[in-house]
Design a protein around this ligand. Structure first.
Ligand code: CAA
Length: 257
């Protein structure tokens, strides 16, 4: 498959998807999102890939959904074509997703970062959900995921004012998990991705599933799911390996089963 709007690369067990529409600051048009979904699907089904990374350029992770592409839409058209339904696919990915965010992560760009499991920002990163200023609301999951990430009043503040926050504020709000110097962002994000990739993949998947459940389930159900998932771990060769390696004072070698 030849992609026109993304670049795809593999480094060891990490599959990397790089948004690549520099002429529009990686604005997310329909074709780009379809290409991203195809790349996500290929990495999700490739046993050699343990972690998927989403990134952009130094200037822009992504400056939002493509405004040119949607400006003339009517409500009826949006409904008939299920506008934005291809933005949901990322939510079905079971492998850990790491976002490495440099520059602008606005609107849909911020929303795809929020759809990832770990978000690492460069010091130059700028986050905003400015959609209300364009006469729409965030539609790529932003109203739900931002509020869950940073709390209702902070999400309201960002969504109703559209203000842009820098990496330091994003870290203090809990929108990102780490900030790295812009020049070494990719190196640091890859180090984090490689650390996750060295885990037993079924264990990484179970941990992701359990933590994601906090966004969807009441505590009592989430606790039940957690218990079921830890039980499944005890059937893994990797659980025996992990614990034997600890007791034998050596590094575990996981096989993904
Ligand atoms: N859609 C389409 N094109 C975009 C774009 C977008 N979201 N963001 C930037 N571009 C284009 C610009 O139109 C411009 O193209 P031309 O050279 O052909 O004029 C090019 O990218 C460079 O942009 P600027 O000249 O504006 O660059 P700048 O450095 O002066 O400003 C910016 C950068 C602050 C990011 C500014 O481009 C901007 O505010 N972009 C729009 C951000 C935005 O509102 N995003 C939300 C989109 S709506 C959404 O995402 C809906 C949803 O929830 C799914």
């Amino acid at each position: 498959m030849i992609y026109e709007n993304i670049l795809v690369d593999v480094k060891s067990h990490v599959g990397i998807i790089t948004f690549n529409r520099p002429q529009a600051l990686n604005a997310l048009n329909n074709q780009l999102v379809d290409e991203m979904n195809l790349a996500l699907q290929q990495f999700e089904t490739d046993d050699a890939i343990h972690v998927i990374m989403l990134t952009g350029s130094e200037k822009a992770f992504a400056a939002g959904a493509d405004i040119r592409e949607m400006k003339d839409k009517t409500s009826a058209q949006a409904q008939a074509e299920s506008f934005l339904s291809n933005w949901d696919y990322i939510n079905s990915i079971t492998k850990p997703l790491v976002a490495a965010v440099s520059g602008f992560a606005l609107g849909g760009g911020c929303e795809f970062a929020l759809a990832c499991d770990v978000i690492i920002a460069g010091e130059n990163a700028k986050f905003a959900l400015p959609e209300t200023g364009l006469g729409i609301i965030p539609g790529g999951g932003g109203t739900q995921r931002l509020a869950r990430a940073v709390g209702k009043v902070r999400a309201m503040d960002m969504i109703l004012t559209g203000r842009m926050i820098d990496a330091a504020e994003a870290l203090s709000l809990g929108l990102v998990s780490r900030v790295a110097p812009t020049a070494t962002l990719m190196q640091e994000a890859l180090a984090v991705a490689n650390k996750i990739a060295a885990l037993s993949l079924p264990v990484a998947r179970a941990a992701k599933r359990a933590v994601k459940a906090t966004q969807e389930m009441p505590l009592s159900e989430g606790l039940k799911l957690e218990r079921e998932l830890i039980y499944t771990c005890f059937d893994l060769e990797d659980q025996k390996e992990g614990m034997n390696a600890f007791l034998e004072k050596r590094k575990p070698v996981f096989k993904g089963r």
